[in-house]
Write a protein that binds this ligand. Structure first.
Ligand code: Z5A
Ligand code: MG
Length: 237
């Protein structure tokens, strides 16, 4: 039986709609569990909580909300679970998470209302930061060929094309080498070609995940998202 690591790894799966995130999250969970590696699963939006139910109703077009309001609800839905995420990681259990704050920015910033990227980022600043982001890349055209596309809001090709552009911006930003201390704690962003078979994508994901789930665990403390983006006006926040 595998021993519990000092701290678990926080692994986030991101990508366009129908890129296969949920499929790959399930495969990864199975892989870890079959090796007796302690792991917990989260998915955002978590449609079970009261806030999650409001989000669900919005996504199914059963209710309408201002674009800023729904954005803040998506963020609040993550904050509801932030303490649990930290406790889980500190107990030595890894987390596999299907979508996170990057979805929040990518989808809101791609809306016709043109809410600025930096505004979108703000409510998620200081959430627990992932150690690894597995970004599943697929062309909106190819994603469209997969089952269930178009049943919810945002699932239109034009919107997905813009979403992909915002993800690209976040990828470049995350991978840019910074000189300040905060940058040392930045997550690792890995782009995976999700247009291939479920098996091939799963194999590549495992190559990237394996180093993060070694018995020794993760030595660095849990990071906080985008702390370097806080206004530096000398105000103690
Ligand atoms: N949203 C937001 O705006 N702000 C936020 O902060 C957050 C989310 C967190 C619902 O999310 C919406 O919420 C979403 C973003 C927005 N936008 N929309 N619309 P969700 O995560 O609940 O959405 P979902 O219903 O789970 O769909 P999904 O995530 O887009 O799909 P997926 O998980 O990437 O794909 P999948 O379910 O694994 O697979 C889709 C189909 O493709 C299925 O039939 C599979 O069998 C098939 N599949 C999977 N992989 C393959 C491969 N490799 N080859 C062929 N077929 C495949
Ligand atoms: Mg999914």
């Amino acid at each position: 039986m595998a021993t519990k690591p000092s701290r678990g790894a926080f692994i986030v799966i991101e990508g366009l709609d129908r890129s296969g995130k949920s499929t790959q999250a399930a495969t990864l969970l199975e892989r870890l569990q079959s090796r007796n590696i302690p792991v917990k699963f989260h998915k955002f939006p978590d449609r079970v909580t009261p806030i999650g139910q409001m989000i669900d109703s919005y996504l199914r077009s059963k209710s309408d909300l201002d674009d800023h309001v729904i954005h803040l609800l998506f963020s609040a839905n993550r904050w509801e679970l932030a303490a649990t995420v930290e406790q889980t990681l500190n107990s030595g259990t890894h987390i596999v998470c299907d979508r996170y704050a990057f979805s929040g920015i990518a989808f809101t910033a791609s809306k016709p209302s043109q809410i600025p990227f930096e505004w979108c980022r703000t409510p998620d600043i200081s959430l627990p930061a992932p150690d690894l982001i597995l970004y599943l890349d697929i062309s909106p055209n190819k994603a469209k060929e997969r089952g269930g596309y178009g049943e919810e809001r945002y699932e239109q090709e034009e919107m997905q094309t813009r979403v992909r552009e915002v993800y690209r911006r976040m990828r470049e930003e995350t991978m840019a080498v910074g000189s300040n201390r905060e940058s040392e704690n930045r997550p690792q962003w890995v782009e995976i070609d999700a247009g291939r078979s479920v098996e091939d994508v799963g194999k590549e994901i495992w190559i990237h995940v394996e180093p993060f789930v070694q018995p020794s665990g993760i030595s660095k403390p849990i990071g906080r998202l985008w702390m370097d983006r806080l206004p530096s006006a000398g105000v103690t926040l």
